[in-house]
Design a protein around this ligand. Structure first.
Ligand SMILES: Nc1nc2c(c(=O)[nH]1)N[C@H]1C(S)=C(S)[C@@H](COP(=O)(O)O)O[C@H]1N2
Ligand SMILES: [Mo]
Length: 344
């Protein structure tokens, strides 16, 4: 079987892992005066190996993985069949949906695990009902929504979007959800509101990754208000015709298909309209590597790897990365006149 060099999948957490190694080396070295190099090697986090796993292996594993339950398959069929373009199970560019087993089995979700295939098992028992989302800040009508109420009030539609991770792998996912704009209009943003700030649940007992102090929990993300109001911007409640599973960010996660995947924050409990640009978890962790905008841009490389091409999960050769992940016609106007090198 064809193997893909591990060097082609790049670890997002590398910079933080590097800092971690340095700080451990410093600490242990100071305490015991032992050989720092040996300790550093021993402390290399398991995540590094996991992140470096070849996509081909993942695809192969997925093929061999047990098929979804009959119930899930039955639930998936009608919704997918009902969508425009779904007859071919492909997006508007003709790219096939990534198989469901990969979408639900190869995940980034550091609250549960830094091992992509370890997320689903670690998140399996995570309870997402009851769940409330608090929407406030610079709005006229702050409100706390129950997740069921959100679904009822704003409905659910199907959107087939490409997801391009900053680590240079990608998927095509049939989501269900509603436009974030609908929710924002309901709470009436005030004139002073310029950005939207999102927060994931903070609960280290249920999200064991949050017991690690290397990141500034909770996970935070942000959008400019016009990005948040854009019709492509989705709050997802399901995928492949079924309710979101915990590993994909149940019960509510953001999807901004023209931005790198880390913008699509999972398990949202709080949405605030604010005046200042929010600092995301990744901006705080490695400001030289992860910016606020994070628009998919093949011309601006990550400091540790190229963004010119990507590995589509399930495919064997790399494909070129498209500006704004193929959504330039819809969103490039949002950034007219901006320096996209500086505002990475
Ligand atoms: N709360 C939270 N949201 C998150 C992440 C995370 O670690 N925690 N990872 C992000 C990254 S890097 C990506 S690529 C996507 C992955 O989404 P998926 O696992 O549903 O494909 O989720 C994003 N949202
Ligand atoms: Mo990502």
């Amino acid at each position: 079987m064809q193997k893909i060099p591990s060097s082609e999948i790049t670890p997002m957490a590398g910079y933080v892992a590097y800092q971690r190694t340095l700080s451990r080396r410093g600490l242990l070295g100071a305490l015991a005066g032992i050989a720092g190099g040996v300790v550093a090697a021993a402390c290399t986090p398991a995540s590094t190996a996991a992140d470096m796993q070849p996509a081909a292996t993942v695809a192969a594993d997925r093929t061999a993985a047990p098929v979804p339950t009959a119930a899930a398959t039955a639930a998936a069929a009608p919704a997918v069949a009902a969508t425009a373009g779904a007859a071919s199970n492909a997006d508007e560019l003709g790219d096939s949906f990534t198989d469901r087993a990969s979408v639900t089995g190869y995940n980034n979700y550091y609250e549960f695990s830094t091992d992509k295939e370890g997320v689903a098992p670690a998140a399996a028992g995570f309870a997402v009902d009851p769940w409330t989302v608090q929407v406030g800040g610079l709005v006229n009508k702050p409100a706390t929504f129950d997740i069921g109420q959100l679904r009822k009030q704003f409905g659910e539609e199907e959107r087939v979007y490409r997801l391009r991770c900053v680590e240079a792998w990608s998927m095509v996912i049939p989501w269900q959800g509603f436009e974030l704009a609908k929710l924002l209009q309901a709470v009436e943003p005030q004139a002073a509101a310029k950005y939207v700030r999102f927060e994931t649940l903070l609960d280290p007992a249920r999200m064991p990754g949050q017991q690690q102090a290397w990141y500034s929990w909770p996970y935070v993300e942000g959008l400019r208000l016009d990005e948040a109001m854009h019709s492509l911007t989705l709050l997802a409640t399901g995928l492949y015709g079924s309710a979101l599973l915990p590993q994909n960010g149940a019960p509510l996660r953001l999807v901004t298909p023209w931005k790198y995947g880390f913008k699509s924050i999972k398990a949202i409990v709080k949405i605030d309209l604010v005046a200042e640009q929010p600092t995301s978890l990744w901006m705080a962790a490695a400001p030289n590597e992860y910016g606020f905008y994070a628009n998919v841009n093949p011309q601006v490389d990550h400091p540790r790897w190229s963004q010119a091409s990507e590995r589509r999960i399930g495919e064997f050769s790399r494909r070129p990365t498209l500006p704004f992940n193929g959504y330039a016609d819809e969103v490039a106007g949002l950034y007219a006149g901006m320096d996209l090198q500086a505002n990475f």
